[in-house]
Design a protein around this ligand. Structure first.
Ligand SMILES: O=C(O)CCC(=O)C(=O)O
Ligand SMILES: [Fe+2]
Length: 326
């Protein structure tokens, strides 16, 4: 498709301008307007209809939002799951994209055993480990603020990013500290046709340096860079199990789009990031101690709301290694 029509699409649907956006724009005379996301949005109704029709033999699944998220009742994650249950949970995961469980008093070992049934577990090179190297411990209090409050898909800077993450709440604030997830399949489907066509063949670079790299000195950064070189992934990936298309760029790890100049890349990414933040594509989860969320990192992004300081919030995550996006 041609550029002017993409510019028009973006112009019609982008939200208000940030000053840096104006400064970067190759056409500063073009006024970028507010995108009016009028309903009804048929693709959201379609998702809800599809998800409502699902049936599972081993548990009850209750949809939490039209596009994604289900609360699962009737499963004890501390007990070894048989093959049938695992198969149903895997199906629920790829369909609902995030599964919520309540009252799961798991030891670290049980948490890891459950996660390990879905694939090989990852060790994170930057985040603090818990009792075992595979566990990431996010412990926030009056001295440590939550910094996971930006939309992302976990470890997208790896060549083979995560399939999914399983997060358990150990200690939660009285109020606040919710987590949001957004459905990247609905975001992709909701894009204007010319934007969808424009991004179909494009690839973007994902890099840890703008986040985890900030805490490293030059020598450490160079060493980690060798171990984890920038990863090139398609902007639109095909989910390996559902074969459905999902948007796969995120604010904190994607550095640029290959083959576009800096302004074009920044403008297009900015447009896509704003679409990711549309509330109709989201589900919001209120934690209690021993709540568990299991999400698919291939088809969702998430952020942890950082509104509870100086209270304590302690979470533990196990991460399952995925495949190379295609
Ligand atoms: O603490 C949370 O709710 C989520 C943090 C996060 O980004 C993660 O666990 O991957
Ligand atoms: Fe995360």
């Amino acid at each position: 498709m041609n550029r002017p029509s993409l510019a028009k699409s973006i112009a019609e649907r982008s939200i208000s301008l940030r000053p840096s956006f104006t400064a970067r724009s190759s056409r500063p005379d073009v006024r970028i307007h507010h995108p009016m996301h009028y309903g009804p949005r048929k693709h959201i109704a379609n998702q809800r209809e599809r998800l409502d029709a699902l049936h599972f033999d081993h548990f009850e699944a209750t949809l939490q939002s039209p596009c994604l998220g289900a609360e699962i009742k009737g499963v004890d994650l501390s007990r070894p799951a048989n093959a049938d249950l695992l198969q149903e949970l895997s199906r629920a995961l790829v369909e609902f994209k995030v599964l919520f469980f309540r009252d799961q008093d798991l030891s670290t070992e049980q948490h890891a055993d459950f996660a390990g049934r879905f694939g090989e577990l990852e060790t994170h090179p930057f985040l603090p480990a818990g009792e075992t190297p595979h566990v990431i411990r996010f412990a926030k209090d009056e001295n440590t603020v939550g910094v996971e409050n930006n939309w992302h898909s976990d470890v997208s800077w790896r060549q083979e990013p995560s399939l999914g993450s399983i997060l358990r709440a150990r200690e939660v604030p009285d109020v606040g500290g919710d987590t949001l997830w957004a459905d990247m399949e609905s975001v992709f489907e909701g894009l204007p046709k010319d934007v969808r066509e424009r991004i179909e063949g494009l690839r973007a670079v994902h890099d840890f340096v703008h986040t985890f790299g900030l805490g490293l000195n030059d020598e450490e950064k160079a060493r980690k860079r060798e171990e984890f070189p920038p990863a090139s992934h398609p902007i639109v990936r095909t989910h390996p199990e559902t074969k459905r298309r999902c948007l796969y760029v995120n604010r904190i790890f994607t550095s640029h789009i290959e083959g576009l100049n800096r302004n074009e890349s920044a403008d297009l990414l900015d447009f896509l990031y704003r679409e990711i933040e549309v509330p109709e594509y989201q589900v919001r989860f209120k934690w209690a101690a021993n709540s568990v969320a299991f999400w698919d990192n291939r088809s969702t992004q998430h952020l942890a709301i950082s509104d509870y300081w100086p209270q304590t919030r302690v979470m533990e995550r196990l991460t399952i290694i995925g495949d190379r996006p295609h």
